[in-house]
Design a protein around this ligand. Structure first.
Ligand SMILES: C[S@@+](CC[C@H](N)C(=O)[O-])C[C@H]1O[C@@H](n2cnc3c(N)ncnc32)[C@H](O)[C@@H]1O
Length: 263
């Protein structure tokens, strides 16, 4: 299956390094959120490098984990083990699975990138067993604060959000999750936040800022080609975050949007 040119981050080696870093930062908290009992059949929508899906599989003593992913380059990096782990190449809008074949379906950083979230949610609903659980972690990317402020980065970040929407995604899907899942028929919906609060002296501060720089870099070519940013604006944004990363009093605030529900 061809790589999707409209996936804002692309699948370059640098982007894969960024995604791995983001997994290191956010996986344990997400695994806790899933509250697995170890017996489930689990599906991840848009499994990327497969790092999270492999960790899920290790928690399933009797169950199995399946990741569906569109990109051959991402699948090429996915782990082969443990033995109850499987990856399938495919599109989350057309799941190649029977009705009612999973106990848990989850997705992370995926609805923001796809052209038809209601269509993908309809598919997720179809492949879930009755009383099966659904979980998402997405974001509204403009919910970000820096002290000292980073106006050049925030300008570029707004343009990044506009580009993401232009490419058919939704950079503010996080705040719409309740609406979207309710319309898809899920019940017992609960929303929550997973905060990213980092200060100059906290252990993941530099990794978090490195991830933000990587986000912007992953879209550099498209931002320029589509004239959302010029080279000078892009460089100012990157330089500002690099300086922020060295600032001894810096602090930054962000939160992931989470939702859980039941079929
Ligand atoms: C930001 S990554 C997140 C990967 C993984 N969920 C994680 O948390 O590390 C989004 C992934 O979704 C994939 N993707 C985008 N559109 C897709 C679609 N329509 N169907 C399946 N995968 C898709 C991309 O190729 C990319 O690997």
């Amino acid at each position: 299956m061809a790589e999707k040119a409209n996936y804002i981050h692309g699948v370059s080696p640098d982007e894969q390094t960024r995604l791995q870093l983001l997994n290191e930062l956010t996986n344990q908290s997400f695994l806790d959120f899933l509250q697995l009992n170890g017996y489930e059949e689990v599906l991840e929508l848009g499994s990327g490098l497969g790092i999270l899906c492999a960790q899920v599989a290790r928690l399933l003593h009797r169950g199995r984990a399946v990741g569906i992913e569109l990109s051959k380059a991402q699948l090429g990096k996915a782990p082969r083990f443990p033995s109850n782990l499987e990856f399938v190449m495919g599109d989350v809008h057309e799941l190649p699975f029977d009705d009612a074949s999973f106990d848990v379906v989850y997705g992370r950083y995926i609805l923001e990138h796809i052209s038809n979230p209601p269509g993908a949610l309809k598919e997720a609903y179809r492949v879930l067993r009755p009383n099966g659980k659904i979980y998402f972690q997405e974001n509204s990317i403009l919910w970000m604060e820096f002290y000292p402020s980073c106006p050049h980065f925030m300008h570029a970040w707004k343009k990044f959000a506009q580009l993401q929407n232009f490419l058919g995604g939704d950079a503010m899907i996080g705040i719409k999750l309740f609406d979207r899942l309710k319309k898809a028929g899920f019940r017992n919906l609960e929303i929550s936040l997973a905060p990213e609060l980092h200060t100059a002296d906290s252990p993941h501060f530099k990794s978090w800022i490195t991830n933000l720089i990587g986000n912007l870099r992953s879209a550099e070519k498209k931002l320029m080609e589509k004239q959302f940013l010029n080279a000078s604006e892009f460089l100012h944004a990157i330089n500002e975050l690099e300086e922020f990363m060295m600032h001894p009093q810096a602090s930054t605030y962000f939160a992931w949007n989470r939702i859980s529900g039941v079929k």
